[in-house]
Design a protein around this ligand. Sequence first.
Ligand code: NI
Ligand code: MN
Length: 226
Amino acid sequence: MKATWYGHAFFKIENNGQKIFIDPFMEGNPACPLELEGIEGADFVLVTHGHEDHYGVAIDICRKTGATLVANHEIVTDARDRGIENVEPMNIGGSITAGGLKFQMTEARHSSGEGLGHQAGFVIQGSGGTVYHAGDTGLFSDMKLIGEIFEPNLALLPIGDRFTMGPEMAARAVEYIGAPVVIPMHYNTFDPIEQSPEEFRELVGESAEVVVLAPGQSHRVLTEEI
Ligand code: NI
Ligand code: MN
């Protein structure tokens, strides 16, 4: 399994030949090295909530590649109205199995945009590991439960502050979740969420390995096998 960061909360997870895009934010994402034309194939597009910096180009990727949209009921309804047919609606606490992967929708403390349901995070379980993408969220103690139940190998956590956890709260989240590796996200996209990932790394200390990716860079989860 491999995770590639495209700035903000936009990641690609690859597992056993499957490509999963999460929160694809391109236009207005100054760090995104990827253009829509550059996406040749996608199997799943996951959207954590309805804000434009997450819903982004999800519809465009689904249209272009035929990928299945995985999101809450309201976002899926909006996507269906816009002509997207391959969809997997779900909601918090539920899981689905598709393409040899298991997707669990988890709680997030945030908002989602009018008419676009409840904000969420995702746990993705594949043959190559388990990844927790927290979405946009404040700290909540049930992250401990997410850690206990799913034992993620990798956690993707917002550290930008203001709209989500900042470095201090995210460092506490790392303790709750217990993942051995953490990649910070949702920072330095815009001035109001300017943060130092190095400060976050210091706050996390021995609790986990903090992997700071440059946009376009990847991290292999667990094994060399993708
Ligand atoms: Ni948001
Ligand atoms: Mn956001």
